[in-house]
Design a protein around this ligand. Structure first.
Ligand SMILES: C[S@@+](CC[C@H](N)C(=O)[O-])C[C@H]1O[C@@H](n2cnc3c(N)ncnc32)[C@H](O)[C@@H]1O
Length: 236
C-alpha cells in the first residue's frame, strides 16, 4: 500500500509519520506503533491507500472494495460457514458486510484501539483488540479468515507468528481469503511489497490460488484463497 510522502518524504502534506518540529520526516518504524500513529493523525482515512484523493469519499472507496471482494468471497463459500474473522479489521468498514455475506457472525480484530473505536456496532459483529501476532480467538473458532490490506504492513518476524495464528484459529477445511497488494518493487518503510509467491510460501498448508485482482489507487491488489487441511489430513 503506497503512502505518498513516506516513499518520498514531503510529497504528502496531509500525513508524514513522525514529523518533527522542523518539518523533517522521520522514517516510520514498521509495525503496530506505526498504525497507531497513523490512526491518531488520520482517523478513518488511516485504513485506505493515501493515494486516494484527500477530499475523496471514503464510503465510495469502501463500496468499491466490497464490489471487488465480496463476489470473489461468495464464490468460495460452501454455505456451511457461520463465523468469519476479519483480521486487521481497522475501522470495521468491511466487517458487518462479511457477517451478512455468510448469514452468520463476524469477529473483527485489530491491534489499534483508536481504529476499533471508529467501528460501527452491529448485532452480528464482535470487535476484539489484539496484541501483535496473537489472535484473541479460540482454536478452530472460525470458518473463514479474511484480510484486506493488512499483511503487507506486518513486518517479520511478527508476520510468521500471524501466519501460525491463522492456521490455529481456522476450523478444519476452513477458508483463508487474502486481499493484499502484490509487487516485486521496493519496500516502503512501513509496507512490505511481497509477491503472490511470497504469500504462497508463507501459508504452504493453504495451497493459495489467485482468484482475482484489482487496482487500488495505483496499487495492484491480488486476491488469494486457500483452505486449511480437512480434519485429520496432514498439512501440505
Ligand atoms: C491498511 S489498514 C486495513 C484495515 C482494514 N482491513 C480495511 O481494509 O479497512 C491495515 C490494518 O492492519 C492493522 N494491523 C497492523 N498490524 C497488525 C497486526 N500485527 N495484526 C493484525 N492487524 C494489524 C492496522 O491496525 C490497520 O487497521
Amino acid at each position: 500500500m503506497s503512502t505518498a510522502g513516506e516513499r518520498a518524504p514531503g510529497n504528502d502534506t496531509t500525513f508524514v509519520a513522525g514529523a518533527t518540529a522542523d518539518g523533517l520526516a522521520v522514517v516510520p518504524v514498521p509495525g503496530v506503533d506505526y498504525w497507531r500513529r497513523r490512526a491518531i493523525a488520520l482517523g478513518d482515512r488511516a485504513v485506505v491507500n493515501l493515494d486516494h484523493p484527500v477530499d475523496g469519499d471514503l464510503d465510495a472507496v469502501a463500496d468499491g472494495h466490497r464490489a471487488q471482494l465480496f463476489p470473489l468471497l461468495r464464490a468460495e463459500l460452501t454455505g456451511a460457514e457461520r463465523t468469519v474473522l476479519d483480521l486487521g479489521c481497522g475501522t470495521g468498514r468491511l466487517t458487518p458486510g462479511l457477517a451478512a455475506l455468510l448469514g452468520g457472525r463476524a469477529i473483527g480484530v485489530d491491534p489499534v484501539a483508536e481504529l476499533l473505536a471508529l467501528a460501527p456496532p452491529h448485532p452480528d459483529v464482535e470487535y476484539r483488540r489484539m496484541d501483535e501476532a496473537v489472535l484473541p480467538v479460540g482454536d478452530g473458532e472460525v470458518d473463514v479468515v479474511f484480510t484486506s490490506l493488512v499483511l503487507g504492513g506486518i513486518p517479520m518476524p511478527a508476520l510468521g507468528r500471524t501466519m501460525a495464528e491463522i492456521r490455529r484459529v481456522l476450523a478444519p477445511g476452513g477458508l483463508v481469503f487474502l486481499s493484499e497488494s502484490v509487487s516485486d518493487g521496493d519496500d516502503a518503510a512501513h509496507w512490505a511489497t511481497r509477491t503472490a509467491a511470497d504469500y504462497r510460501a508463507l501459508l504452504p498448508w493453504a495451497g493459495l490460488r489467485e482468484t482475482g485482482g484489482f487496482d487500488d489507487a495505483g496499487d495492484a491488489i491480488a486476491v488469494l484463497v486457500g483452505r486449511a487441511p480437512a480434519d485429520g489430513a496432514p498439512d501440505r
